[in-house]
Design a protein around this ligand. Structure first.
Ligand SMILES: Cc1cc2nc3c(=O)[nH]c(=O)nc-3n(C[C@H](O)[C@H](O)[C@H](O)COP(=O)(O)O)c2cc1C
Length: 208
């Protein structure tokens, strides 16, 4: 089983990096193969709304997103994390999500009929991690909801939406043992959820 971590912070070893890697650690403990993907190291251009992807489910823009698409498609589960920048996700996370528009399919005559390709090919699983400096949930703004709703639209079930408040300095989260335990547990839960799906499928198959 493969779980990828999409890290949307520009700060290596910052709080989002720590949080996502902790979830991946939990997943690894549960037997998953994991990979941390630092989006800041990839050139991801804006979606330009050309709609060139609509029949092929492939984006026409040739940049580093072409390296990320296969990783997303191959992964059984995704951990996505972003710091809060002005009440929302960072630019790199937003750019990456927008570029997943090629996996959103619409009926030709009626655009109210649509689905994410994972919904058609087999639902996938995700853990969302949103990080912010302030203590008040208002100050997290739309960070968690932007990632959760987008992944749901693409055909993911979001198993956990983790919100981390009150961290500012780069390694502050590392000092919060309770939070780290929660993150690790979430990683284990993500893997256990996928294993449960496999178990159900196997039992169903044996009945056929
Ligand atoms: C441009 C910018 C905007 C920010 N906006 C918010 C905000 O709206 N709410 C908040 O609580 N923290 C805000 N922060 C603080 C970060 O979310 C916080 O420091 C977080 O821990 C950074 O995560 P990182 O260590 O993964 O980079 C902002 C930081 C920056 C640089």
């Amino acid at each position: 089983m493969k779980i990828i971590g999409l890290i949307g912070s520009y700060r290596k070893n910052g709080n989002t990096d720590t949080a996502v890697r902790k979830v991946l650690e939990g997943a690894m403990d549960q037997g998953a193969e994991v990979e941390a993907i630092y989006l800041k190291n990839y050139e991801i251009k804006d979606c330009n709304g050309c709609e060139g992807c609509k029949t092929t489910f492939e984006c026409v823009i040739q940049d580093d997103m072409q390296k990320i698409y296969p990783k997303i498609m191959e992964a059984d589960g995704v951990v996505i994390g972003s710091p809060t920048y002005f009440y929302n996700v960072t630019g790199i996370i937003k750019n990456m999500i927008d570029r997943l528009y090629c996996y959103e399919v619409f009926d030709e005559d009626d655009r109210s009929v649509w689905m994410g390709i994972h919904e058609a090919t087999g639902i996938k699983y995700a853990t969302v991690v949103a990080v912010c400096e302030q203590k008040d949930p208002e100050d997290l703004g739309y960070t968690a909801v932007t990632m959760t709703r987008s992944l749901q639209a693409l055909g993911y079930r979001v198993v956990d939406e983790l919100k981390i408040y009150n961290v500012f300095n780069k390694n502050e989260l590392l000092l919060d043992t309770n939070q780290l335990i929660k993150l690790e547990k979430a990683g284990k839960k993500l893997v256990k959820t996928i294993l449960l799906k496999d178990k159900i499928l196997n039992i169903m198959k044996s009945k056929m």
